[in-house]
Design a protein around this ligand. Structure first.
Ligand code: TRP
Length: 339
């Protein structure tokens, strides 16, 4: 069983279940996770508690998204026998470690965290920042350390959270006088963040600029048709621009035939190639990426009990590991314990 091989580095990644996963998640993380599960000991956290830090007004959405996202995981090829899929809110050690770590972090430090600063701005909290939200970096440090993960694949925007985790790790280890927790390293994907189909940097379902992994053939065709290209490329004969042209950005991310893409770019830049030709290529490529995912999703939909069972089993496995870390940390710090 691959999980028991101790020499495999431990990886933790996770997602906030606040909506269906889309193609941006696929290129940015899901694809890598499928590859990493054969070389690493991988844990995948359904971060429902963290999702509530900015979705307390809509817990039903979080609940719904848990099964939806777990289905996406299996549909893209995450193998629950290699990757442990687990539910954050059902791992009590995480909450305990969060409370403990909160005592070695100042409010000022949390307010200085660049990720948090940006997110507070983006969410328009103003002065009404939920305390749970401000503290989620502490909870994320609990997630990472509870699994003793040394590698954490996250987007570039999350790198400051790993830095803050390591500060906590050093504080705890110093106080314990032993290396009870390992430091972690962020693994930033080599491909940049995928833009929305409208060309905006931020993909969000509410803006309608994403292509969900559950998209139908028609939805994919329609999304590609609406995709932002070069607004100055009006006639096919005109020379066009590649930079900021979403169709080419997506081709770079999804088309494995780099020679074809290079040729299309050449012809587009010199003039004489219409948007419709490039879009047709992209549509074919995306249909081929999503078709097998859709087929697996449809098969999984017949057996929702199976998904629940995968989460249940994974959470049980994760509970044993995180409980052990909780005990190790409490012991190392000399905290009172009844067991
Ligand atoms: N913050 C991550 C996100 O927004 C989700 C997450 C929660 C996570 N806990 C984690 C990621 C631990 C990596 C490790 O998607």
């Amino acid at each position: 069983m691959p999980l028991s091989l101790p020499e495999r580095p431990i990886i933790l990644t996770g997602d906030r279940p606040t909506g269906p996963l889309h193609l941006g998640h696929y290129v940015g993380s899901l694809r890598n996770r499928v590859a990493l599960q054969s070389t690493h000991q991988q844990f995948l956290l359904l971060a429902d508690a963290q999702a509530l830090t900015d979705h307390m007004h809509d817990p039903a959405k979080v609940s719904r998204s848990i099964l939806e996202i777990a289905t996406d995981y299996l549909a893209v090829g995450i193998d629950p026998d290699s990757t442990t899929i687990c539910l954050q809110s059902h791992l009590p050690a995480l909450a305990d470690l969060t409370l403990l770590y909160a005592n070695v972090v100042t409010v000022a430090r949390l307010e200085r965290n660049p990720t948090i600063k940006d997110e507070i701005q983006a969410r328009g909290f103003g002065r009404d920042i939920p305390a749970g939200f401000l503290c989620y970096p502490v909870a994320q440090a609990a997630d990472i350390t509870a699994f003793k993960a040394t590698i954490v694949p996250v987007g570039e925007d999350q790198a400051p959270l790993i830095e803050q985790t390591n500060e906590i790790v050093r504080r705890i280890n110093r106080q314990a006088g032993a290396d009870v927790l390992p430091e972690a390293q962020a693994l930033i994907p080599s491909v940049g963040r995928l833009p929305g189909i409208d060309g905006k940097a931020k993909m969000s379902k509410s803006q309608g600029n994403t292509i969900p992994l559950s998209a139908t053939e028609d939805q994919i065709r329609d999304a590609v048709r609406r995709m932002f290209t070069d607004p100055l490329h009006i006639r096919a004969a005109d020379p066009g621009r590649i930079e900021g042209n979403v169709v080419f950005t997506y081709l770079d991310a999804f088309d494995d035939d780099h020679a074809v893409v290079a040729d299309l770019k050449d012809r587009y830049v010199s003039g004489g190639l219409g948007d419709s030709v490039v879009k047709k290529r992209l549509e074919d490529v995306l249909q081929a990426v999503v078709a097998p995912i859709r087929a697996r999703r449809a098969a999984l939909a017949h057996d929702p009990g199976h998904i629940l069972e995968v989460i249940r089993r994974g959470t049980e496995r994760a509970r044993a590991i995180t409980d052990t870390t909780q005990r190790d940390v409490r012991r190392a710090l000399g905290l009172f314990t009844l067991h």
